[in-house]
Structure formats: C-alpha cells, structure tokens
Ligand binder design. Structure first.
Ligand code: FES
Length: 123
C-alpha cells in the first residue's frame, strides 16, 4: 500500500478543502462533516480544475412540486461548464458512469494520507 501523507487534519477544517500536489497530480482533499475525501483536480469533461469549483448540495428525488435539498457539502460543480460530481463517490449527478477520479484517504497520527495505486471503492 503506497500512502502519501499530504496534510495535517488541522489544515482542513470541516466544510473546507485543500488542493495538494502529489507528484504530477493535483488532488483536492475535502472535509465533509469530519470525514476526508479526495478527488483528482481534473474534470473528465475538458480538464478544468474541478476541485476549485463551488461546493454545495443538490435537489433530491421528490414528488412533483416538492423541493428537497440534500447532500449538503457533498457536491462539487466544475467551474467551467457546471458538471456536478458527488465528492464521496466521484460520480457525476447526470450519469454514474461519468466519474471524477477519486482516491482512498486514511488518517493516521493527525496526518491525512492518500492511498495511491489502488482502485478506489465507491461508497
Ligand atoms: S471541463 Fe468540467 S464541466 Fe466542462
């Protein structure tokens, strides 16, 4: 298991992100309600810096004329054309087959590490 430690937990408070360089890759680390998630800072559409996008929630499945907001802090919107991705899974909201690359994250002794070279599991 190749782990690259990239930040201390204090550097990324809840609701915040940090973009780090890991070799040639730029990676965004997100703290969502105390858990850390990592996405490659590269949008699968045309390659924008995805992790610099707006983080928000989205509308959930609901009945006609109903508006249910959910997944607060879990959705990132690409700054170029607005494609939206679930930060936890990397899946786009419009097609689960369209994904941003994500990395498994571990926290050890107050340090946030990325597990490199392993295929990430979806939640
Ligand atoms: S480059 Fe991200 S939506 Fe187009």
């Amino acid at each position: 298991m190749n782990v690259q430690f990239v930040a201390a937990v204090e550097e990324i408070p809840e609701g915040q992100r940090k973009i780090v360089q890991v070799g040639k890759r730029s990676v965004g680390i997100f703290n969502i309600r105390g858990k850390y998630y990592a996405l490659l800072n590269y949008c699968p559409h045309y390659g924008a810096e995805l992790c610099k996008g707006l983080v928000s929630g989205t509308t959930m499945e609901s009945h006609v004329y109903e508006f249910i907001y959910g997944k607060d802090q879990e959705i990132i919107r690409c700054p170029w054309h607005g494609w939206e991705f679930d930060i936890k899974t990397g899946c786009s909201l419009f097609d689960e087959q369209v994904k941003a690359k994500r990395f498994e994250v571990i926290v050890q002794d107050g340090q946030i590490g990325l597990i490199l070279g392993a295929q990430s599991k979806r939640e």
